[in-house]
Design a protein around this ligand. Structure first.
Ligand SMILES: [Zn+2]
Length: 303
């Protein structure tokens, strides 16, 4: 008499299993029950409601896309096919200093959509600075810095993964390093991460990397440099220098990591071509400046 074999819902057979822990791949099967891995191995003896032959395919945990900008598009396709079909099951948003300010409300919104992907978010420095100070081109006062710190604190309590900056965007460009160190310390107290779209990815890239590392060192926070790249043909090949800086910092004990686009282009908004001081304050101020012939001429020649 045969013993009753344990049953599962889905059995993936004959796949190359890459378990995500750094182990070598091996051929095997994965049994799934109630949405969870029930058993895995080379010779599974289980019955299944559905068997999928994974010959010639890889069976791996879902990928985590650490750099997305989902804001505004969450509801457009709850199945998130563009991610799922690439094997991505978790997206991290709120990058480059841009996020929702009220994280609790944001995560409730995400939950209400029943997306096919998991979503995590950073709290974006540009948005909390705008919330407290608008788009003014000056340093924060002590009171303003305290208000921003409380917003970061609240976001971390609500589940944010850390602080992100976008230092080529307004008002990040108006922000000096110490302000970021102060806010990064708040995130660090919750074991958060500091993710940065650096102040420069072109001619001054080494100074920008130094700034990111300084923030990591002084706030004692892991640093993730977003879309690590070199802009401008004159900078091609400088990765010998920039990658060496990251390796040296890691040897020094700074927990710094980088991510990269899988293609050789980059994209952002055209406003980054306009000098920072022209973009201060509200739309009316910007428009008024641009009607002055002298300023208009300055903007067009500097683009
Ligand atoms: Zn960015």
């Amino acid at each position: 008499m045969h013993a009753q074999q344990p049953g599962c819902d889905i059995l993936l057979t004959n796949g190359k299993i890459i378990d995500g822990s750094g182990n070598n791949w091996y051929y095997g099967s994965v049994a799934i029950k109630d949405g969870k891995i029930f058993k895995m191995g080379t010779n599974l003896s289980v019955t299944a409601k559905k068997t999928i032959d994974a010959s010639g395919l890889i069976i791996a945990p879902g990928f985590i896309d650490v750099h997305t900008h989902l804001e505004g598009d969450e509801a457009s396709d709850p199945t998130a096919k563009s991610f799922i079909l690439d094997g991505v099951t978790t997206c991290i948003t709120g990058n480059c200093g841009s996020s929702n300010v009220d994280m609790a409300q944001y995560f409730r919104f995400i939950d209400s959509l029943h997306l096919s992907i998991n979503v995590g978010s950073f709290i974006g420095h540009n948005d909390i600075r705008k919330e407290v100070m608008g788009r003014v081109n000056r340093a924060a006062t002590t009171a303003e810095l305290q208000q921003m710190s409380s917003l970061v604190d609240k976001a971390m309590q609500d589940g944010a993964l850390g602080l992100s900056t976008g230092l080529i965007y307004i008002p990040g460009t108006y922000t000096k390093t110490p302000e970021i160190v102060t806010l990064a310390k708040v995130a660090a107290a919750y074991h958060g991460i500091y993710a940065t779209h650096m102040r420069d990815e072109g001619d001054s890239v080494t100074e920008a990397i130094e700034e990111a590392l300084t923030i990591g060192r002084e706030a004692r926070i892991p640093v993730e440099i977003s879309h690590f790249k070199l802009s401008g043909q004159q900078n091609w090949g400088r990765s010998k220098q920039t990658v060496a800086m990251i390796e040296a910092a890691r040897k020094e004990g700074i927990d710094v990591t980088i991510d990269q686009y899988p293609y050789t282009a980059s994209s952002t908004s055209i406003s980054t071509l306009i000098p920072d001081e022209i973009l201060a304050d509200g739309q009316d101020s910007i428009r008024a400046r641009l009607t002055t012939p002298r300023i208009r001429n300055y903007v067009t020649t500097s683009m």
